[in-house]
Design a protein around this ligand. Sequence first.
Ligand SMILES: [Zn+2]
Length: 339
Amino acid sequence: MSSSSLMRDFLHQAGGTAVIDGGLATELERHGADLNDPLWSAKCLVSSSHLIRQVHLDYLENGADIIITASYQATIQGFKAKGFSNEESEALLRRSVEIAREARDVYNERCAACPLGDGADGKILNHRPILVAASVGSYGAYLADGSEYSGDYGDAITMETLKDFHRRRVQILADSGADLLAFETIPNKIEAQAYAELLEEEDIKIPAWFSFNSKDGVNVVSGDSLVECGSIAESCDKVVAVGINCTPPRFIHGLILLLKKVATKPILIYPNSGETYDGDQKEWVQNTGVTDEDFVSYANKWCEVGASLVGGCCRTTPDTIRGIYRKLSSSKPVTLATE
Ligand SMILES: [Zn+2]
């Protein structure tokens, strides 16, 4: 597949729509990981990569076609602050992709051993193209002060600062065997612009997606226009999909319509559960979101208005993803051959 057609070819093979995985941190914690650390889920790259592999595998077995690596908050700067050397830090970034690829290999083996497509406990084991997306969190995610949800980096942060901050990590992840780069939770225009320039300047060889977050259903979290942010993604040749993540489900419909004003590229959507995040306590407030049933019932509607990739972000689980998988499968044309 050539880089620019990767997403369209992939979606074509998947029958028009595809499923992105769900929340990583929530699942890691459910499996016993302690994420109380500025490195957040990246901490597991150091201490418990087997848990990350297990969570990737859980998502594949619940219908995800794209798994996102545990590198959202993994930065060379963050690892070095924890005492790792430069080489060790770079190796940890590569490791995040390796773990996801290992999960895909295990999954493919399980599919081969189960030709009918449904394993024990209703696991979904049908052999299909699977993409590994290397997560790149925003500068705000590295700061771990909630600024990826405000988009306010202050006046001292310029386009050059942001490009320099992300440069080495993007180079390493692009060279790590991932299928694409997932720039996630982009909170403002300046960071989207920095990513677009970086992709061109470094002549990055794998495609990317840009995903923004919103807390008002109109703009990205900084208050910058989503339409303007979407235009940046649209005009960058290396970007193969654009969309929204970590945003309450109730805003998604309107945000897709806004993006469609400027985006001809495939639109991706992976909202959070809609629960409220308490930035002071650094935790999610229980039972303030939508149920899995409601979330899943929106999935077809999002596709009807223009989304072609649907998954979940924070606080969504393999159950959510399985629901989305079933929902999207039920409205796909029946194909006789899978390859
Ligand atoms: Zn999220």
